[in-house]
Design a protein around this ligand. Structure first.
Ligand SMILES: [Zn+2]
Length: 328
């Protein structure tokens, strides 16, 4: 009997699914469309189960081979119970007991966590975190998410909202409203959305000429346009990039005095902007931090890309079932 881990990374449009071995090596991956028609989540979870069943049949495995199922969800999760407290992108309006629902399909350990936490766990085990016990991952996408791994454990906190670093208030002027209902969160100035907020805020105030002026006026500019123009020497876009980098560096410095990670891994679409962003973040991070221990933290680009979610979802089973023998 071979032993395998099933992994699901649920997103708003697709669910990435994977099969891993007990060393957390990826054996197979595929994806299915996310079913968002059922606010109770049942249909989506059933789709995932049926897709697993089909693949296992196809590959000559049975559910007896499965050590556990790890599931990443884009919403707030109570890690101990496996209950998701609503998920806007999935149109889940109330609580969804993902663990119990899935356990009715497959009787094995089921672990559920939010997508940012599982991405961090994936990068720790198989990506830029290099198997360190102290890794922080910051996802720079449309929003800004984070996962903190301290002493090998994902930090969940009292009610599961530990590491919600996107909603740390950094912009004291509170210029931009956040999806969370507050304003001034770091997500409003240091995500892809934040880049655009800053572009439209500063462009009327500055005298710099910009190569992307026409796109700005037509409201068609993207974060990638800004970073590409900055790389080409555009002064306005360099100014914006430095602002964004400084905000991210500030968050890194706060995390650094809180949990002193060995690695801070930057992932998500924006992290592919490369050196222009990361080098600016590093420079400001070293300005803001003071101890040799903090300076020893390595700020690096994520390595797993879109696979971080399924790798980390499988990593839940690897960490909590194989390595630790279950939740204490
Ligand atoms: Zn917020």
């Amino acid at each position: 009997m071979s032993e395998i881990i099933l992994a699901a990374d649920i997103g708003g449009t697709t669910c990435k699914l994977g099969i891993f071995n007990s060393n957390l090596d990826q054996l197979h991956k595929w994806s299915i469309k996310t079913n968002t028609t059922d606010p109770t989540g049942y249909k989506l979870l059933e789709d995932i189960y049926l897709s697993f069943q089909e693949q296992l049949d196809h590959l000559d495995y049975t559910f007896d081979d499965v050590l556990g199922v790890g599931i990443g969800v884009p919403g707030p999760v109570d890690f101990k119970s496996g209950v998701v407290n609503g998920a806007v992108n999935l149109y889940w309006t109330g609580q969804v007991d993902v663990r119990r629902t899935f356990q009715n399909f497959i009787d094995c350990p089921i672990y559920v966590d939010n997508d940012a936490n599982v991405a961090a766990l994936g990068e720790k085990h198989k990506g830029a975190g290099n198997e360190s016990e102290d890794v922080v991952a910051i996802t720079l996408g449309t929003g800004l998410g984070g996962g903190i791994i301290s002493n090998g454990e994902i930090v969940h906190g009292h009610q599961g909202s530990g590491a919600e670093i996107g909603h740390f208030r950094i912009d004291q002027d509170q210029r931009f409203d956040c999806n969370c209902g507050k304003s001034g969160c770091v997500e409003t100035v240091a995500s892809a959305t934040g880049v655009l907020n800053l572009v439209y805020f500063y462009y009327p105030k500055l005298t710099f000429k910009s190569s992307i002026l026409e796109k700005i006026k037509a409201h068609k500019v993207t974060a990638k346009d800004v970073f590409d123009a900055a790389k080409a020497g555009d002064q306005f876009c360099i100014f914006i990039t430095e602002k964004v980098a400084n905000y991210i560096a500030y968050v890194c410095s706060i995390i650094s005095v809180t949990s002193n990670p060995e690695y801070i891994v930057l992932g998500g679409g924006m992290s592919t902007a490369g050196d222009i962003l990361i080098e600016n973040i590093k420079t400001e991070y070293y300005n803001l931090t003071f101890t040799p221990a903090q300076h020893d933290t390595k700020i690096v680009q994520a390595q797993l890309g879109n696979d971080a979610g399924i790798t980390g979802a499988a990593g839940l089973i690897y960490t909590y079932v194989i390595e630790r023998g279950g939740l204490k």
